[in-house]
Design a protein around this ligand. Sequence first.
Ligand SMILES: CC(C)(COP(=O)(O)OP(=O)(O)OC[C@H]1O[C@@H](n2cnc3c(N)ncnc32)[C@H](O)[C@@H]1OP(=O)(O)O)[C@@H](O)C(=O)NCCC(=O)NCCS
Ligand SMILES: [Zn+2]
Length: 192
Amino acid sequence: MFVHPLALCECDEVGPRTRIWAFAHVLAGARIGADCQVGDHAFVEGGAVVGDSVTIKNGVMLWSGVTVEDEVFLGPGAVFTNDASPRAGFRKGPAGWLPTLVRRAATVGANATVLPGLTIGRWAMVGAGGVVTADVADHALVVGNPARQVGWACRCGRALPDDLDCAACPRCYRLTPAGTLEERSSATGNDG
Ligand SMILES: CC(C)(COP(=O)(O)OP(=O)(O)OC[C@H]1O[C@@H](n2cnc3c(N)ncnc32)[C@H](O)[C@@H]1OP(=O)(O)O)[C@@H](O)C(=O)NCCC(=O)NCCS
Ligand SMILES: [Zn+2]
């Protein structure tokens, strides 16, 4: 683990090889896995849980109740929330906070806001500036305020064309009868 001399890391649960850069603040009670990057001015509150190989770009805010699975990318300025109806004079405490789950390898674009109590699916892609007000399906590409699904994202991050064969990597997908996206072949093997 590397903590820049100008970072404030009060947390003793940071995994190996994770790097915490200048002016980031990680509170006691947070958990951060191995091989993560925590950029300048990021804030990770106690109770936030971050998996392995997660990129937390500059200025990201992660509050108690937010869980981020392995390989997630959080773009600069992405903001999470845990209180749907905050009032300074009516504090709810942890029992009133709503949890958020960002599933494996999802991306949250720069300056996006994720409202409380939601799940962002595996390999989902939230466009820059999106305001996420509902759960996001695995591989869904969502943009705007409120964020609406406009397509599907490949594991590699590229938006998929209409035929769902990625133009940037060998992966191909199909829609299941349930309306979810399923990978149907991969020349690079299946890594889970
Ligand atoms: C959402 C995103 C993944 C779409 O990628 P894409 O499919 O290649 O997008 P395109 O540039 O082809 O644009 C497709 C359409 O979506 C619109 N669009 C693109 N990004 C958008 C966004 N973030 N919010 C709203 N609309 C967006 C475009 O204006 C375009 O609209 P049009 O068809 O009416 O002209 C991408 O634009 C994005 O926001 N990526 C995240 C970048 C980021 O935050 N990086 C952080 C690390 S630095
Ligand atoms: Zn691809």
